[in-house]
Design a protein around this ligand. Structure first.
Ligand SMILES: [Fe+2]
Length: 313
């Protein structure tokens, strides 16, 4: 079972304040990172380059191959060892899904379900980016998300955080989508009388606020997991003695050279955070390459990923 740290009424109050704040940021296009206000020029240039790149791929015939790659999802299974893991959670399995961008490829939910059906897990944690675009409508993703959610229900979840492609308006469909949203808040997972903590923050890539920072200061647990869309809060989480940090956002580069080096990356703070397992102090982090794709629906040398993490003591 699971239990939120705040009461229902406190959660509602905090959610309302968050929604007002994020709606203002979204509506006036005020994007904020931990390091300060972002420039929008980089994204505009990136979009123009993508348009040219798409034409080149189609002319050269690479588009079809890349599209096929994007539809081929790999399951990455990892075992992570933590000496301080409560006994009841020894062998606890987390299905980590990031960057679904579920509308980028027609019928993508069915492809994901086909993969998930083969797996056994105790909870599912989703680290943001549910639609393809960064603005506009999202009603078309509610149905595929709801269908997918039926396959990830467990007594301990699923839990989800928002990414930079998601809007605050999605939060009102939380129940309909079948996932519990963690927006700068924590939940206790309780198993055989023992507890671990999961904290989820709002997206720090575009919508950083100090509330996200404060939510990662939750103390008093033997084992803590942070769920954040990007790796940007990793140092904060490590400083606050989180044990595991799950994120995505990078898509692993999505289009990479043969050695895995991304052609273009949105990850500027540390190459190690681009994809896979990393460490800061005693904290283990994992950046998923993402299940879905954005921009152009193709992948090269960077498989789409569903991650199955087994926690051991
Ligand atoms: Fe994404």
């Amino acid at each position: 079972m699971y239990q939120f740290l705040d009461s229902d009424s406190t959660r509602k109050e905090k959610r309302l304040i968050w929604a007002v704040n994020r709606s203002i940021m979204e509506n006036i296009g005020f994007t904020l990172k931990k390091s300060g206000k972002k420039s929008k020029s980089h994204w505009d240039l990136f979009r123009r380059l993508l348009g040219i790149f798409r034409i080149l791929l189609k002319i050269t015939g690479f588009y079809k191959k890349g599209y096929g790659n994007a539809k081929t999802i790999k399951i990455n299974e990892l075992t992570l060892n933590f000496p301080n893991l409560p006994d009841a959670f020894n062998g606890f399995r987390i299905l980590h899904l990031s960057d679904l961008h579920i509308d980028s490829i027609p019928g993508f939910a069915a492809l994901i379900i086909q993969k998930i059906n083969q797996l056994k897990f105790d909870t599912c944690l989703l680290t943001g980016d549910y639609r393809r675009d960064i603005n506009g409508s999202f009603s078309h993703i509610l149905k595929p998300l709801h269908i997918l959610s039926k396959y990830i229900q467990t007594p301990y979840g699923p839990f989800a955080v928002l990414g930079n492609h998601d809007t605050y308006l999605m939060a009102q469909y939380e129940k309909q989508s079948g996932m519990e949203l963690l927006i700068n808040e924590s939940v206790e997972i309780i198993k055989d009388g023992e507890k671990i903590l999961i904290t989820g923050t709002d997206d720090p890539f575009n919508f950083y606020t100090e509330t996200a920072l404060l939510s990662l200061e939750t103390k008093g647990y033997d084992f803590k997991i942070a769920m954040v869309h990007t790796p940007e809060m990793a140092k904060v989480a490590s400083k606050n003695k989180y044990d595991l940090y799950l994120c995505g956002h990078t898509h692993g580069g999505q289009i990479c050279l043969k050695d895995g080096t991304p052609l273009i990356s949105h990850q500027f703070e540390g190459k190690q955070f681009n994809h896979g397992k990393w460490n800061i102090g005693n904290m283990t982090g994992y950046t998923s390459s993402g299940v879905g794709v954005s921009g152009i629906p193709i992948r090269f040398n960077c498989p789409a990923e569903i991650t199955l993490l087994t926690l051991t003591k």
